[in-house]
Design a protein. Structure first.
Length: 311
């Protein structure tokens, strides 16, 4: 059992700086430690914050499991196997999205994990590098031929990038606004930031409540709605020009949520399908991809239901 000290955290929302916050939900670290955590909701921008948050010096131990598939490449167990298979299937759609906004410039994948996406891009002759805080995951990426560096080296990068991607990474950062500002400073003029995050307003999130696997506390320090992401984009002087569905995520998250509540896989598949059907009418998909560009880039905003897939 791990223990996190309850530190004196500011009552002001880190995203919109508003003090209108209240308790939203109590949940647990179902994946590893079984510790209790709470989610605090901002009444202005709807961002949820995990409380308490482990200090940066201690957060790594909450990732130390072979079952944490985005860092290990593990295929042990059905859930991990499905995750890895879906990840491989969706590499092409992610690359196609990136190529729409890349005009010969470099690509940066922030939080590149074990490097599968960058390895795929590299094989398609895309000039790309990755940043990853976890040494084990970063080493796996390097073994695949990916140029990957520790995440703290972001400020020292001399290269500018046409596209910067964060595939289910922003929710892991301690300061989403500052992280995006630092990344934005590395963009070429009219560059693009692509962010994939879970959506706590999806049907599967509402159904599973505290067992919803995409809360993933305390590894996920923040949790976003579409309104949250709009506030984030505005805060750094960018606009969301595209919002793209990730329908595979509803199945993966629902199956994992059933595992946490001692349910069964068949029900998880059913709830994942139900979530996607609901999202066809209300656009509240289990996960969403947001394409951000500078506000001067007068591009239309639209939603797509193209299957971009899981992390």
């Amino acid at each position: 059992m791990f223990h996190v000290e309850h530190s004196k955290n500011s009552s002001v929302c880190p995203v919109c700086s508003n003090g209108n916050r209240s308790h939203f939900l109590d949940t647990r670290d179902w994946f590893l430690s079984d510790e209790p955590f709470s989610l605090i909701r901002c009444g202005t921008c709807e961002t949820l914050q995990t409380k308490p948050q482990p200090p940066p010096s201690e957060i790594s131990r909450y990732y130390q499991s072979e079952e944490y598939v985005s860092h290990s490449d593990s295929q042990k167990g059905l859930v991990a196997y499905l995750y890895q298979r879906v990840k491989q299937i969706t590499l092409r759609s992610k690359l196609n999205l990136v190529k729409k906004h890349l005009n010969g410039e470099n690509l940066l994948d922030f939080g590149c994990g074990t490097g599968d996406f960058l390895n795929y891009c590299r094989q398609k002759n895309i000039s790309c590098i990755g940043l990853e805080p976890d040494a084990q995951a970063r080493d796996r990426a390097i073994e695949k031929g990916v140029e990957a560096y520790p995440a703290h080296q972001l400020s020292s990068l001399k290269t500018s990038f046409g596209v910067i991607t964060l595939w289910h990474v922003l929710e892991h950062t301690y300061d989403p606004v500052q992280t995006l500002r630092q990344l934005q400073s590395k963009l070429v003029p009219r560059g693009t930031i692509i962010i994939a995050v879970p959506n706590y307003k999806s049907f599967d999130a509402q159904h599973y409540h505290e067992h919803w696997a995409a809360y993933d506390v305390p590894r996920h320090l923040f949790h976003f709605s579409q309104k949250s992401m709009e506030h984030l984009a505005q805060k750094i002087g960018m606009s969301i020009t595209h919002t793209i569905a990730m329908p595979f995520d509803a199945f993966y998250v629902s199956i994992l949520s059933e595992k946490y509540k001692q349910g069964n896989m068949a029900k998880g598949i059913f709830k994942g399908a139900q979530s996607n059907i609901r999202a066809l009418s209300n656009a509240e998909w289990s996960s969403l991809i947001y394409v951000l560009q500078s506000r001067d880039d007068k591009l239309p905003v639209f939603a797509s239901t193209a299957p971009a897939g899981a992390t």
